[in-house]
Design a protein around this ligand. Sequence first.
Ligand code: HEM
Length: 508
Amino acid sequence: MELIDLFIFGLAFIFIRLWWRHWSVTGGRPKNLPPGPPGWPFVGNLIQVILQRRHFIFIVRELRKIYGPIFTMQMGQRTMVIVTDSKLIHEALVQRGPTFASRPADSPIRLVFSVGKCAINSAEYGPLWRTLRKNFVTELITPTRVKQCSWIRKWAIENHMKRIKREGFETGSLELMSNCRLTICSILICLCFGAKISEERIKKIESILKDVMLITSPKLPDFLPILTLLFRREMKEAKALRKKQLECLVPLIKNRRAFVEKGENPNPNQEMVSPIGAAYIDSLFGLEPETRGPLGEEECVTLCSEVISAGTDTSATTVEWAMLHLVINQEIQEKLYQEIVGIVGKNGDIKEEDVERMPYLDAVIKETFRRHPPSHFLLSHAAIKDTELGGYTIPAGAYVEFYTAWITENPDIWSDPSEFRPERFLHGDGVGVDVTGTRAVKMLPFGAGRRICPAWNLGILHISLLIAKMVQAFKWLPVPDAPPDPAETYAFTVVMKNPLKAVILPRY
Ligand code: HEM
């Protein structure tokens, strides 16, 4: 080896050594980011996470113990700041709401389904988001609109009751989750398109939405965009799925447009039922966000799909967990049944205003949200500009993840947090808790501040009606020799690993 080779080799060695030291301490990040595990050059903590071969949530739980209430993970090119402390979450989402109200960049596959972030959940904090969210709130969830559409819930829940009765009696037991998903999905489809459609078609829409959730879940190139070219097949599959989604939903939009514009129903098999102006899609026909102009069919598909996917799994999961506890704990079930009977009688029709007068039902639902938050994180947030939180710098482009499940697991905030005890919301540490997190953060099933779930009231209404009707009509019992298993698994929401099966006995 010549002297010059030795010199170059030595220089390269020193350079690599310095580079490694810098990366392993900072992950290549700017200074004053929250602390975090040392990463590797270029990939940060990504490979360490992949090599652990377990769900991300378990890694976050461990890192919280080591690094405290706010820490950083460098996932490839993506800087992720994880916030777990209730005071910091309140500061970011409520006290300094506008600063943390944006969303980070979307992956190329997600952009296919959001038509370039034209959805409430993914739009950046700005005029498009404001227009879409305002339209959603005024057209879908005002008290007048909710009342006007109560016939949809009545229709769907009557079908639900018939279906579970048939399944329960024919097979000896019934699987709850798939039934709840179908029912809630049919309500949301009808709210969006104003039409009752066949069960077969609802199942098709539901199954496409499930595939969309799977295909849009984070993939390697989202963290390392340099690998995008190696994942061309995934992009091709995503485009094919989008085509399928459009083929499934555009006919519903066309039918409704014909109904709204000409008063005709081109598909006689499809009963047009909501009066003009009462379906969510009607409001989208005339909507012209200033940054995009009139919305086309693609945008309408995205915005309606958002409603259906945001509202189905979240609510169905909550009903399933609540019913698990009612099956396991017959005392809680009996107490709830007595409350229902006390308000509407054994055979009385449970109307929407009745469930608002059931404090024990409310306590059961809140305890379910506390003990089994449908998602352990909020959707990813982003700061609108470089800012500061907990004494650290939060760069504008970073993914800010609020790990809200920790708040309800925290023994400093809740006594015996792993116990399911609805009574705590009647006379205990849950009294007066604000689920919207506005005053303080003790539980956050819907987020808080600017990006709080705009339909949290509607979600609670669906859950309350389903539980109240099912408990009034049937006594729910474990399947002999196959007791319910409360093990969790992580899908779009945190669901039961083995879906709840129960035996139902008619009460009257
Ligand atoms: C139990 C039921 C529900 C739960 C637990 C729930 C939970 C959430 C959560 C945690 C967020 C994210 C908040 C954030 O990022 O800070 C969210 C956002 C959202 N949810 Fe819900 N949700 C429920 C029902 C619904 C329903 C029924 C709909 C529609 C009819 C809906 C529509 C939305 C939309 C559009 C957003 C995006 C808001 C934005 O980014 O501005 N959700 N929801």
